[in-house]
Design a protein around this ligand. Structure first.
Ligand SMILES: C[S@@+](CC[C@H](N)C(=O)[O-])C[C@H]1O[C@@H](n2cnc3c(N)ncnc32)[C@H](O)[C@@H]1O
Length: 243
């Protein structure tokens, strides 16, 4: 059993966000074709993929490493009646390759960090049409000098930085920043940590004595408690940029 997926692969979202915030970022884009072609990188269960298909009459390619995530996005697109406009791809994003200028919009909520923010922005630049958009949510510091507990939590992602530093990267890679906003605490709890806590409770007794499973539960509990303690210091920011 993949204990990680038993927790993270069974939540409404696999990271912070909400349909309202997906809409807010989408509405920052002007002159989007009526039926845009969209790539959603690291789609997870695909809440935002389905919302993007509701917001436009476009088509979306939902890409994720895990076939279990792909099954979920497909099921939820079927439930929403938009699956005829969905293509799915179980693929490692480091290996993704599309013809130049294939997409009007490249979307990625809380997932581009698997490539790195700057490397990811560079990689998707070739896939997005000139004048097309890239929308990414990404970890940011909200205040200078975060406490050591918060720094320790993010030690495996040294690219976490301030919004200003991220905007510099966006410009350096050659995009025009269009807008950005910080995700509020509810974006972490309502569709992500609250259901995760519920899953932890359900699995704590069932998985007792299985070291690999207990390690997954411990990490999930640590993630939630770190957020509760340091929510004033970090969040995700949504960045919308134009190619
Ligand atoms: C933090 S989750 C975000 C999921 C989704 N965008 C959301 O907001 O709910 C990151 C996603 O990236 C996927 N992922 C991790 N490594 C990947 C890789 N190398 N290539 C493609 N997807 C990957 C995970 O399976 C997971 O679904």
């Amino acid at each position: 059993m993949n204990y990680f997926l038993e927790i993270y692969g069974t939540l409404p979202r696999a990271g912070p966000g909400s349909n309202a915030l997906t809409r807010r970022a989408f509405e920052m884009m002007s002159d989007v074709p009526e039926s845009p072609r969209i790539l959603d990188v690291g789609c997870g269960p695909g809440m935002q993929t389905v919302e993007l298909l509701r917001l436009s009459s476009g088509t979306a390619v939902a890409l994720d490493l895990f076939p279990e995530m792909i099954s979920q996005v497909r099921a939820s697109a079927e439930g929403a009646g938009v699956s005829d406009r969905l293509e799915t791809l179980a693929q490692d994003m480091t290996k993704m390759a599309f013809p130049e200028s294939s997409f009007d919009i490249v979307w990625s909520e809380g997932a581009i960090y698997f490539l790195g923010f700057e490397a990811g922005l560079k990689k998707v630049k070739a896939f997005v049409k000139p004048g097309g958009y890239v929308a990414i949510s990404e970890a940011v510091w909200l205040k200078p000098d975060p406490p050591s507990g918060a720094v320790e939590f993010w030690k495996d992602y040294p690219e976490i930085d301030t919004v200003a530093a991220k905007l510099d990267v966006i410009k350096r890679v050659g995009y025009e920043p269009v807008g950005h906003f910080i995700l509020p605490p509810a974006a972490w709890t309502e569709q992500y940590y609250n259901p995760m806590e519920q899953r932890i409770v359900e699995k704590t007794i069932e998985w007792s004595g299985i070291p690999e499973a207990e390690a997954v539960l411990k990490e999930a509990r640590n993630e939630i408690s770190t957020f509760r303690k340091y929510a004033d210091y970090f969040s995700y920011a949504f960045f919308v940029m134009r190619n």
